[in-house]
Write a protein that binds this ligand. Sequence first.
Ligand SMILES: *Cc1c(COP(=O)(O)O)cnc(C)c1O
Length: 345
Amino acid sequence: MIDLRSDTVTRPTAAMRQAMVEAEVGDDVYSEDPTVNWLELRAAEITGKEAALFVPTGTMGNTIGIKLLTEHGQEVVCDARAHLMDYELSMVAWFSGCLVRPVSAPQGLPRWEHYRKGLRQSGYNNAPTGCIEIENTHNMLGGRVYPLGDLDEICAESRARGLKVHMDGARVFNAAEALGVPVSRIVRDTDTVMFCLSKGLGAPVGSMLAGTAQDTARARLYRKRLGGGMRQAGVLAAAGLIALEEHPAKLKCDHANAKLLAAAISEMPGVRLDPTSVETNIVIFDVAGTGVAPKLISSALKLRGVLMNSVSDTEMRAVTHYDVSTGDCLAAIDILRQVLLEIRK
Ligand SMILES: *Cc1c(COP(=O)(O)O)cnc(C)c1O
């Protein structure tokens, strides 16, 4: 199977499995796991934040990040297609007691001018805005990367108004690769950032939440409340360390493969895709013009050994990662072309 459903599907490498076997461990609820402690230190250094916390999932990292930056009854402004809003079981409401106030830009990523429209002043009828959330890269907008200028403006304007900024940086290493800058530059002005070790970086499990030392100490308590006190988690952190130290260098190849897919897919009849919009490892394309539902295309592909999900009634998504080679992508292109030809008859 050529699995292009997500970059979460990667299997741990031989080096990761070896590191897991040899990991030194302790009880992380007492902060006594040396491997987790080292991972947290390195994540803090790499993001340029004071501290970081190892959490089981990106969803938990976002949930805690928002909790740290808000009070009950406030609003969180984010893009209308944010992962936070659509795919995290309303945790902003459930755990932080806040309302999500979505904003959207007619073309792509919302900039400050769009975020600004979602802000609310407190008043007789308004709940005030607590924080701004930025997704970078943006999953459902096809892995788009925030230009640094736009990001700096959002953070500066937010700060000037006393608003906090959380970055859902599930794929912030992909953004760094695409921009050719360190992750620390991208997240420089955010209060908190979550990134996933388990996506393109290839760890089997885990995400990091980074911020101030004080916020991270509070985050540790929220993690425990949510059931994320993981005891001898060093076996997981050991794989996470390899993901963090060695795998950012591999993302270049994933991006090249995604561009290869995008260039070929954009030429297929009935497909709408601007290949220049593909900046990282996600290719979202519209198949409405084929007259065939994405779910049917997905099933037909599966029968021929390619896994690719539909993400809406008209769109499909292909995600590259280190477990699909350039050869796999070329094969997937051929199979998709054949399937689209046959299915339209
Ligand atoms: C995957 C993802 C997350 C978190 O996902 P988990 O499955 O909970 O680890 C958060 N934000 C974005 C944009 C994602 O793609």
